[in-house]
Design a protein around this ligand. Structure first.
Ligand code: 5GP
Ligand code: MN
Ligand code: MN
Length: 315
């Protein structure tokens, strides 16, 4: 059921023990929104904790309290008055949703592709980041931003907007970010931390880019990483930022081997609806940034994704 921001604030106000979670393959917005709200709720005297069912990339060490995030333990049942699922629909949280017995479940998200399965859903697809929603939510609860809260929320807004450069950046995004900077967030510290790479990671990116191929008259730039290549391409972080600068491209993406007949696809576009393409494979995301997993042998998966993109380009 879709609810308003004030109703979401009320549901949170009524709960004492709260578990927050977000998607697997964590990003700045998933970690920032859960951890940011956790800091706020703890300051209000609530018993709040964050469970995320994946490893946390080390760049997020700049976020205060990152070490407090727990991974759900196998076979353990968690109980809470309220489970808040942030920046994703319930089904992409790994084992968290199935491990938690909560009286109520609240979903807070900004993805147009949200499946609306949650008991209570506050969805705002006009916002660039779930952290932008959290900024308003804390306002709706009558709160102010501590530096810890502000640092977390700023990070999610910065990463989901490509540091306030993508088309999802609005006057509201900038005003919300300004509120957080006023509290003391240092934009340069966050951006340096988010872009940090080890030598090995830079070399992995170089090896990935060596596989660059162009399709559909130069409108599509893609990197395909099969099982063999996946051994040397250990990370794809930041890869698409390098591809989308190529003149004439409309869609850039990579397809990377995960396990037998299973490939991860991540796409970026300049207006072409890649979320519709991703949804065709059971994934989702935003118009200009989306992802999915394709279950097929390499050649078939490659053919399928290229065909789906071609179809969308011709719409
Ligand atoms: P990325 O390409 O950075 O992994 O994801 C881009 C956007 O698409 C993000 O907003 C992310 O949450 C969403 N996304 C990526 N993969 C999936 C998926 O498999 N399912 C859904 N529903 N969304 C996805
Ligand atoms: Mn996210
Ligand atoms: Mn997000």
């Amino acid at each position: 059921m879709k609810i308003t921001l004030d109703e979401a604030a009320k549901i949170i106000g009524d709960a004492q023990t709260i578990i927050l979670t977000s998607h697997i393959r964590p990003d700045g917005d998933s970690i920032g929104s859960t951890l940011g709200l956790m800091h706020y709720l703890r300051a209000q005297g609530k018993d709040a904790r964050v469970l995320i069912d994946d490893d946390l990339p080390r760049i997020f060490k700049v976020l205060p309290g990152l070490e407090m995030i727990e991974r759900p333990a196998e076979g353990v049942r968690y109980t809470a008055d309220l489970l808040i699922v942030c920046d994703v629909e319930l089904k992409r949280t790994g084992n968290v949703v199935s491990s938690v017995d909560a009286v109520r479940v609240l979903n807070i998200d900004h993805h147009v592709t949200n499946d609306e399965e949650a008991e209570y859903l506050y969805l705002n697809p006009d916002y660039a980041a779930t952290c932008e929603i959290m900024h308003d939510l804390i306002g709706a609860m009558g709160g102010t931003f501590s530096l810890d809260v502000a640092t977390c929320l700023y990070t999610g807004m910065a990463t989901d907007t490509g540091f306030f450069r993508f088309s999802n950046t609005t006057p509201h995004t900038m005003r919300a970010a300004a509120d957080l900077i006023e509290v003391g967030v240092k934009p340069n510290i966050i951006s340096v931390a988010m872009e940090l790479k080890s030598y090995d990671e830079v070399m992995a990116q170089v090896r990935a880019i060596r596989n660059l191929e162009m399709f559909h008259d130069g409108m599509v730039a893609a990197v395909f990483i099969d099982e063999e290549k996946a051994k040397e391409v250990t990370t794809t972080e930041g890869l698409l930022d390098k591809l989308r600068v190529i003149e004439g491209t409309q869609v850039v993406f990579f397809m990377k081997w995960l396990e037998k007949d299973t490939y991860r696809v991540s796409m970026r576009s300049k207006g072409t609806n890649v979320s519709r393409i991703a949804q065709g494979f059971g994934g989702g995301g935003h118009v200009r940034a989306a992802g999915c997993t394709i279950y097929a042998p390499f050649d078939e998966a490659k053919k399928k994704i290229l065909a789906a993109i071609g179809e969308e380009l011709n719409r």
